[in-house]
Design a protein around this ligand. Sequence first.
Ligand code: SF4
Length: 243
Amino acid sequence: MKLTGKLHSFESCGTVDGPGIRFIVFTQGCPLRCKYCHNPDTWDLKDAKYERDIEFTINEIKKYKPFFRNGGGLTVTGGEPFVQINYIEALFKRAKEEGIHTAVDTSGYIFNDRVKEVLEYVDLVLLDIKSINPDTYKELTGVELENTLKFAEYLDSIGKPVWIRHVVVPGITDKKENLEKLADYVSKLKNVEKIELLPFHQLGTHKWEEMNLEYQLKDVKEPTAGDMKAARQIFRDKGLNVG
Ligand code: SF4
């Protein structure tokens, strides 16, 4: 039987999920329930808009190869890409055969021996640490932090290039001591090329309404430019490269 992936969408010329110009594959399915999720329509596998085999997807990606000069390539995001581990493994393998740079954008929540095998075909991991505080992490995502940190430490042990992502949500993830603790943790990892601090925004709210889900962050304000500058400085003070 042909291996197919349940997919949410493709984006052909992405510029915010990894280096250069990238073809982005959004996979369906996620075990987390982040309160600020912009894509709650990716949570359930059965809501997939498309089901595509590997050759279909790789042929779409290959059309954009001329744009991948200067470090661009393929990024698989979600949802949580490792939900469909066999599919993304085959996709990354084919991309590497085509000489395409590969990146995966993950929460790190799914971490096991199969994930380690797939990482052999991944050039860069965009690892989203949603909070370094276990209680805040659980409250924000519905799941435990532990696997994400194990994932981060495994990536460090094999020297896999990583960009750490963190969304700054006023009143939830922006406490100075938590940002300092995260900066401290990340500064001890030797493989982190960059930190991306992303400001919380309300742009995905309509999807929660359309899906009749209760959106708990409707009264949360977006962080100001000054808030973001202060947050970034905490990481710079630890000698980290903040993008
Ligand atoms: S991990 Fe990503 S897709 Fe999953 S709930 Fe969180 S923000 Fe949404």
